[in-house]
Design a protein around this ligand. Structure first.
Ligand SMILES: [Zn+2]
Length: 479
């Protein structure tokens, strides 16, 4: 078959025979949310590995790794004064515990709670419970307002606990890890609040000091085992050179499903692998598909993947992160590293008439996006991109990460998934991988370590990486 015919057949297969929705639904209904260290995660892993095998991928296998796990325990939060009231709150994953019997302290509101907010209030934070929102300032990278950094700054400035308030009204609490599970766990108790609870506390603060009591016991579980699932379609001409696509299959535990972040992305990726595997032997480069484990505790699976493949990681020509595949309308190829990749990628997309826009940033991420699975690859100098959607803002119509609709809330459920959108993403991903794997030269060279460090400096990320406890320049675990 000519490559144009293969492309047509693959696109037709993905359009008429899509399995992405039904596979997502099966896993969500039978196994649940796939939170780290749970039976749900392990059963979903077994099921996904069986799909890798059934779909004809070569050498389908799981790659276990160990990390610092965490288990949610009881959590009770109440306002003591000026009024007494129980407060609806959840622990963020990796949150520390209070002393047995709980702790009481005054609350300080630091607004968005990015680095400058902490610095401006440096002398007022010690001994307080810090309240911040889930957001960051306009024009600022999402990364600089990431909750893991807010946790680190609270601890560094002497705060005794952190409450993270949703910026979006609607009564939802947005969850998310506050530590990097691949190397540590949280230092202080951290809970999430709804926008409305935050507004209540803010209103009381206008009248005078507010005292809150937190009683929360969580469990740290060192040496928890997780898994990445890997399968290939081997290239005929340059079998050792890889176009690597990854999407994470784990999810958060506050809802039952965690359907679209990012099980849906993993299942769209797998559907693309299913359609392409029928034509194995026709691409020049190897296509590698990875369903990453535990992205949610800050790229635990992908960090371990890079560490475990240290010896041949430089054979990855490009890494495509599918954390967002099929989630939002209007597909967007968001280049992470290096920014110069935009030129050749745009030309490739034009030449192949692939329906996606290309750029270096979306509204959330001026600069690199470093809080999802492309991060450890970016740190190794490998060209990276995230497939996301320009339609995010119009769908959510909300501030922050738009949690009122789905990500990281109890509302990340199957009813939000649009089967037209997921087929559109599947076809564009298949076309993109085929175009990349058919080349004799990579689109762009790898960055050197000096270039990576320079970019981190330019974006102002080094302080944030330190606050996130992710600054370890001498280790392969992510510069
Ligand atoms: Zn995700």
């Amino acid at each position: 078959m000519e490559s144009a015919d293969i492309r047509g057949t693959v696109a037709g297969d993905l359009w008429t025979n899509s399995k992405a929705y039904e596979n997502t639904e099966y896993i969500v209904d039978h196994y649940g949310n796939r939170f780290m260290g749970t039976e749900s995660e392990r059963k979903a892993k077994d099921h996904i590995l069986a799909l890798f095998k059934a779909y004809g991928l070569e050498n389908p296998h799981e790659e276990p790794y160990r990390y610092c796990g965490w288990k949610r325990g009881p959590c009770k939060v109440e306002m003591i004064s000026p009024v007494q009231r129980e407060i609806w709150a959840f622990a963020h994953p990796h949150s520390g515990s209070t002393p047995p019997g709980g702790m009481e302290a005054e609350v300080i509101d630091l607004g968005k709670g990015v680095q400058q907010d902490f610095e401006a209030n440096a002398d007022k934070i010690k001994g307080k419970i810090v309240m911040v929102t889930t957001g960051w300032y306009p024009g600022q990278s999402y990364f600089l307002g990431h909750r893991v950094g807010k946790h680190g700054w609270t601890s560094d400035f002497g705060g005794v606990a952190l409450m993270i308030r949703n910026e979006t009204p609607g009564g939802l609490i947005e969850t998310g890890t506050i530590a990097t599970g691949y190397r540590n766990t949280g230092e202080i108790p951290v809970v999430g609040l709804s926008f409305e609870t935050g507004a209540f506390i803010e209103r009381q603060l206008k009248k005078g000091p507010v005292k809150v009591r937190i009683d929360m016991q969580n469990e740290v579980r060192p040496d928890t085992v997780g898994w990445n699932i890997v399968g290939d379609i081997t290239g005929a001409k340059y079998p050792e050179r890889k176009v690597l696509v990854g999407a994470h299959f784990d999810g958060h535990d506050i809802g039952q499903e965690a359907a679209s972040d990012d099980l849906l992305g993993a299942m769209v990726m797998l559907d693309v692998a299913r359609a392409l595997a029928k034509f194995k032997g026709t691409s020049k480069r190897t296509m590698r598909f990875v369903a990453f484990g535990n992205e949610e505790c800050l790229t635990v699976g992908s960090i371990n993947y890079v560490a475990q493949h240290e010896n041949d990681i430089k054979n990855v020509d490009i890494m495509i992160n599918g954390d967002g595949l099929g989630r939002w309308p209007n597909p967007f190829l968001c280049v992470n590293n290096p920014p110069e990749l935009v030129g050749p990628l745009s030309r490739l997309v034009e030449e192949w008439k692939i329906d996606a826009s290309v750029g270096v940033t979306d509204s959330r991420n001026p600069g690199w996006c470093t809080s999802t699975d492309n991060h450890p690859f970016t740190m190794q100098g490998i060209p990276t991109m995230v497939i996301s959607g320009r339609g995010r803002a119009s769908v959510i119509g909300a501030a922050g990460r738009g949690a009122a609709v789905r990500d990281h809330t109890i509302c990340d459920t199957m009813d939000k998934i649009d089967t037209f959108v997921i087929k559109q993403y599947a076809i564009l991903l298949a076309e993109l991988i085929m175009a990349l794997a058919q080349r004799d030269e990579p689109l762009i060279r790898h960055s050197t370590q000096e270039e990576v460090l320079e970019a981190l400096r330019k974006y102002g990320y080094i302080d944030a990486l330190k606050a996130q406890r992710r600054w370890h320049p001498d280790s392969i675990l992510g510069i």
